[in-house]
Design a protein around this ligand. Structure first.
Ligand SMILES: Nc1ncnc2c1ncn2[C@@H]1O[C@H](COP(=O)(O)OP(=O)(O)OP(=O)(O)O)[C@@H](O)[C@H]1O
Ligand SMILES: [Mg+2]
Length: 470
């Protein structure tokens, strides 16, 4: 089977047939044609066709046999019909999907339908093949998150993984763009081949071209031997172009060419080289704005963002924070052979309210630092760097999370417990949370707890809770 797919173009009009055939061949598909109805089924069977592109008038001439033989069709066969009308009964036998197109044939529209058809097929076949445990492994161990934006992201990654379409991952710094790119590779049928990352911002402009495309001996001073570039290393695998927004204009043109023709020239070479590479690109810059300010080519932007994926910042999925903290704590305790037990409730509360401008990376670094410095015991508010303690935040812990925290704590242990101190602890906790949320303002905290200010102050004194007096 041809890796880009085999297409059968069926049309009695030679001009349209040849035009579509030349165009799709140039796009890298394996194309075969049929001009007369008599040869249609032979070609269909012999060539292992993935997609039929047919003129509706032609299709009518093969309709009766088409129906009769439908059980022989590949269940993923896609039919793209163009023309005035295609009778519904004609289309029914095709198990996969049917797309329709108006006449005269517009080649750009045709190409985009063919790409959709290929995505549909790889999605379906991958759905069938994909081992659930591999998915679970990635989404429970590598990319952590149970919030609904993250679950949507996981679904998206699974869906796009096996299509060859270029994916553009956007998101703030530290949101997990590289993790997502790796997940796409691991979930795809390319997983046994290389995942090759290139950080376009980290490599000096004059070296990036040879880094990407390689060079031949003597191409420039110091090029003593031929050297393969990252495109070649990623052949049959995935090339991850990180910080794509930093790529300079001259290289943008060259990249566009590889995306269009699947071929490139190593620096100094006279012949071009074919590659089969799946591109995943990422940036934390706003590419739309770069296009408007003419710092990023619009045509390249469209080529890259066939499938756009956006990873939401951590402050928009705060439900994930406790789970992330827990995961990092376990990891760093193990790595560093420390035994930090956990975080006090007020620390958790502070961290759930914080804005996280550095997203998951910032959280990961903070947990690592706390584990190293504390070494054991419980991490309390005093252990946090100042910036986490200052500032007031308006976010409130989502109801389901509050519920789960509370019910988890109100479990009666097997050995029994002291009700009075549990109630006391419960009360203290809510008072601390109210004070954290109000930035230490007792009047506001009292309002949150439906208490008089004086009552709250009395309680604080009695409990000897250490908050600054105002
Ligand atoms: N959902 C997540 N679960 C677990 N770890 C995560 C998650 N998201 C990010 N991380 C961790 O945070 C750090 C940053 O992730 P990554 O490098 O993928 O971010 P990025 O979006 O590429 O950041 P930048 O734009 O700064 O390059 C990594 O150490 C990664 O393991
Ligand atoms: Mg990154």
């Amino acid at each position: 089977m041809h890796e880009n797919g085999t297409i059968l173009i069926a049309d009695s009009d030679a001009r349209t047939r040849d035009l579509a055939s030349a165009f799709l061949t140039y796009q890298g598909y394996n194309v075969t044609t049929s001009g007369v109805a008599a040869s249609f089924f032979d070609t269909l069977q012999k060539s292992n066709v993935d997609i039929i592109i047919a003129d509706s008038a032609y299709l009518k001439t093969v309709a009766s046999t088409f129906n009769a033989r439908s059980s022989h069709f590949d269940p993923l066969l896609v039919l793209i019909v163009y023309g005035n009308s295609a009778p519904a009964e004609l289309l029914k036998p095709v198990g996969g999907a049917v797309f329709t197109l108006a006449k005269p044939l517009n080649l750009d529209e045709l190409e985009s339908l063919v790409m959709r058809a290929r995505e549909y097929q790889s999605m379906k076949s991958h759905d069938n093949l994909m081992d659930n445990s591999a998915r679970n492994q990635i989404f429970s161990k590598t990319i952590i998150g149970t919030s609904s934006p993250m679950r949507e992201l996981f679904d998206m990654l699974v869906k796009v993984a096996d299509s060859n379409a270029t994916v553009l991952i956007q998101g703030e710094s530290g949101t997990g763009k590289e993790l997502a790119a790796k997940a796409i590779h691991q979930l795809s049928s390319r997983h046994a081949k290389n995942f090759v990352p290139v950080n376009c911002a980290a490599i000096p402009d004059d070296l990036l071209e040879s880094e990407l495309f390689g060079h031949v001996k003597g191409a420039f001073t110091g090029a003593y031997t031929n050297r393969a570039g990252r495109f070649e290393m990623a052949d049959k695998g995935t090339l991850f172009l990180d910080e794509i927004g930093d790529m300079k204009a001259n290289l943008q043109v060259k990249l566009l060419r590889v995306l269009q023709n699947h071929e490139f020239e190593p620096v100094g070479a006279s012949k071009s080289q074919k590659v089969d590479v799946r591109i995943v690109a990422a940036t934390n810059k706003n590419l739309d704005e770069l296009v408007v300010s003419q710092n990023f080519r619009e045509d390249l932007y469209y080529r890259l963002s066939v499938i756009p994926v956006t990873i939401p910042p951590l402050r928009e999925r705060r439900e994930d924070i406790p789970l992330l903290i827990d995961t990092f704590l376990t990891r760093f305790n193990a790595d560093k052979r420390h035994a930090v037990k956990g975080f006090s409730r007020d620390v958790l509360d502070i961290l759930c309210h914080y804005e996280w401008p550095g997203n998951v990376r910032e959280l990961e670094n903070l947990v690592e630092r706390l584990v190293i410095l504390k070494g054991g015991g419980l991490i309390v508010a005093n252990d946090l760097p100042d910036k986490y303690l200052s500032g007031r935040h308006s976010y409130s812990v989502p109801a389901p999370l509050q519920q789960s925290l509370l019910t988890a704590e109100s479990q009666l242990p097997d050995e029994g417990m002291c009700l009075n101190s549990a109630v006391e602890e419960f009360e203290n906790n809510l008072i601390r949370q109210a004070l954290v949320r109000s930035g230490g303002n007792k009047k506001e905290a009292a309002l949150l707890l439906n208490l008089k200010r004086t009552t709250l102050i009395e309680k604080l004194k009695k409990k000897n809770l250490l908050f600054n007096e105002d």
